[in-house]
Structures are given as C-alpha cells and as structure tokens.
Design a protein around this ligand. Structure first.
Ligand SMILES: [Zn+2]
Length: 413
C-alpha cells in the first residue's frame, strides 16, 4: 500500500505540470517535486496509463476487512484503500479532461468529487426570494434593494484586517476548546487582488497555512466569521493540520502530503469548512459575537445585526442557485450572460460578484457543488451519528473525527 501511495503522490505532481491549479498543497519530500518539474509535461496518455496501472494494483491488493471495527483506528486500513481508489479514479478523469474529454456537469462532479448535487427549479428559489422580499420591502428589483441594504454592512477597507484578526482569534479559541490542535500550528493572512475566489487557504505543511483574502470587492461583515471559520478554524487550516498530524506523521500515510484540488477530497474539505462555521458558532452565538465584537471593530451600527443575520441565513438557502447557473452554462444550455443574470436574480449577487463567480466557474467548473452539497452531506453524516445542534459536544467529536480521517463522499452515505 505504501508503494502505491508513493506512486500516487508522484503521479499527482506529474499531472500538476499540466495544470497549475491542480496541486493545491504538497509538503512531501522536496526531491519528488523537483523530479516532477525536471520531467516537465509528460504525455497525458502515459499519465492515464499509469493511473490505470495503479488502480489495477490496488484492486489486486486485498481490501482490509473492517467488519466489527471497534474504533476509528481499526477502520483506517479500509478507508485508506478506498481513499486511494477514489482519488486515483478522479485523477484519471482529470487527465482525460486535460486531454479534451468533456463530461456533463453531473458526470464530471461524479467522476471528480464522488457526488452529484440535487437539482432545484426556479420555483424553489422563488419561494426563498419571497421570504427575503419581506426583509427588505420596497420598490424595484429585489437584487437592487438587497444591494442597497447590504451597503450598510461593508467593512471599511482600513478596518478589514482588525476585524479578521478578531474573528480568527475567536474561531481559534473556540476550536481549541474542543479539538486538540497540533503543537505550534500557525497561519499568515495576506490580502490580494484580481483572483476568481474571495478567500483561499494554501497549506504549507509543518502545521502552517497561508490564508489569502481577496479585496477586489467590498467585504461584508458576515464574511469575517465565514472566512475565519472556513479558511482557518475549524476549517481548511485545521483539517490539513490534523491530517498531517494523525495520518502523515503518526501513520506514515504519504498520500496525504499532496492535495489534488479536483478530487473527492475537495468535497470533504469544502463541506467541513462550511459546516465548521456552524459548529464553531452554534445557533444565536454567531450574531451575538458579531454584534458585541465585530460590528464595533468595523465601526458599523450593531442595531441592524439581527435583521442582517436573518437575511444571511436565507441567502445561504440560495446557495444551490450557483450550481444551477454553473450546470446550465457548462452544459451549454444557457449562455454566459444568462448564467450571470441567473446569479443576480436567484442568488441575489451584485452584477460584479456574479461576474467574479463566473470567472470561478470557468476555472473550477463543477467544483462549485463542494461548498453547498458538501456542507449538506457533512451535516447529514454528522447528525446521523448523534452530532446534532442539540448535542454540541458530540457534534465537535464527530467533526474532529471526520477531519482527522481519509474519509471521502461515498463513505458519508
Ligand atoms: Zn474552501
């Protein structure tokens, strides 16, 4: 298994020579990366053949029997086997895509992320829009009214860093109270421009992350906790650090030293990062902290916090609207302009944000399902194991267990 795992890592690095977005993180032996760079762009058919040979080798090696596995440690050999199988299958699909093979949106998400997101029609979103309409009554298109209302909740640029620092500190404090964090874990925050995403965590290895925040567009007050929780604690930074601690260092699972972006691991990464925001701030605790700490730090009037928080909850219910726009656009059923108009109308994005999202869709394609469908799959899985909102300690336990294991979407069902 270790030999297959090592070959898998080297193969991911080789595919990365064809696609700069593919290798999201790598902190294994530096000479492996140097060797991949020295080899340059190896022919895609060779990479595909190698992926298939590794899949065959994996299929020929026995699946460890986990029947009666008493604890998480017992099930690790089986999870590892499946992890390598799913990740290698996704790698093969991505190599095929680089070679020009086009799948439909749903075929692609199944091949790359081990999941197919449900479809909702316009009526589903309209029902949510009608409820939002009551929060911001008035004349004119709802998207314009929302845009005008939201302007009151923009963090002034010179206060963004202070607000983020407070949000991250609180997310870290709350996470550390429930999850033992690796010794010396740390991160750096940097502000960047001209990116298709609004925030990004670049895991560096050694329990360190670089968190980048995109300042192209106004940053609303709710983004502070969303980003701090999603990119930092208990999201991507903690997920990567725990995988390194428990699987790479304690067990020598070298396959976790590389993180290929277009793979099932991303659904778990994004799903747990989004759900983690709910875990770290259950129920009303979020708006209480925002009102007491973040609004004053941002120089915003906390009187509107409760109303704004209600709006955010409803807007989150519109999350799947981004999938519909991406599915229709990538499948060639609607034009780019129509997809942008759909995002403005049904996801209530400003035209500028909708344009940014389309650039994201152009780059990352069906990856968009990992955020919303990933979050729902992770929530259902954790709740099915007793980690409901009424049992916060159990929810933290299940959450920590999930982000310390090589579990993939098909293991959640
Ligand atoms: Zn993310």
């Amino acid at each position: 298994m270790n030999r297959i795992a090592e070959s898998y890592v080297k193969l991911v690095l080789a595919v990365g020579q064809h696609d700069a977005n593919y290798v999201d993180a790598f902190y294994g032996p530096a000479e492996w990366k140097q060797a991949a760079e020295a080899a340059g762009k190896r022919p895609l058919p060779d990479l595909l053949a190698e992926a298939r040979a590794l899949l065959a080798a994996l299929a020929a090696s026995p699946v460890p029997d986990a029947a009666g596995a008493a604890d998480a440690a017992d099930e690790l050999p089986r999870l590892r086997h499946r992890y390598l199988e799913r990740q290698l299958s996704a790698l093969a699909a991505h190599v095929e895509a680089l070679g020009g093979r086009r799948r439909t949106f749903d075929e692609e998400s199944r091949a790359l992320y081990d999941a197919v997101a449900p479809v909702y029609d316009a009526a589903h979103y309209q029902a949510i829009l009608d409820r939002i309409d009551r929060i911001v009554p008035g004349k004119g298109p709802l998207s314009d009214r929302i845009e005008a209302y939201r302007r009151r909740f923009v963090i002034p640029p010179d206060r963004v860093d202070g607000v983020f620092a407070a949000a991250i500190a609180e997310c870290r404090r709350r996470t550390a109270a429930h999850v033992p964090l690796p010794p010396g874990e740390s991160f750096t925050v940097a502000y960047v421009k001209n990116k298709p995403w609004s925030g990004y965590n670049w895991y560096q290895g050694g329990f360190h992350s670089l968190i980048q925040v995109n300042t192209d567009l106004p940053i609303y007050i709710d983004r502070a906790l969303d980003l701090a929780g999603h990119e930092g604690y208990p999201g991507h930074h903690v997920y990567n650090a725990l995988l390194e601690q428990h699987l790479v260092r304690d067990r020598g699972f070298v396959e976790l030293t590389v993180y290929p972006l277009f793979s099932p691991q991303s659904l778990i990464a994004e799903g747990t990062a989004n759900f983690g925001v709910e875990v770290v701030f259950p129920g009303p605790e979020r708006v209480i902290f925002e009102r007491q700490v973040l609004y004053p730090k941002a120089g915003l009037d906390p009187a509107g916090a409760a109303n704004y928080d209600r709006l955010q909850e409803l807007l989150r219910d519109l999350g799947y609207a981004g999938n519909e726009a991406a599915r229709g656009y990538l499948d060639g059923k609607i034009t780019r302009d129509a997809a942008q108009a759909w995002l403005v109308r049904y996801a209530l994005m400003s035209p500028e944000r909708a344009a940014q999202r389309l650039r994201f869709i152009d780059t990352y394609r069906s990856y968009v399902i990992n955020y919303n469908y990933g979050q729902d799959l992770v929530r259902r899985y954790i709740e099915s194991r007793g980690g409901t909102a009424d049992h916060p300690d159990q929810r933290w336990r299940e959450f920590a267990r999930l982000i310390s294991s090589p579990r993939l979407p098909s293991d959640l069902r």
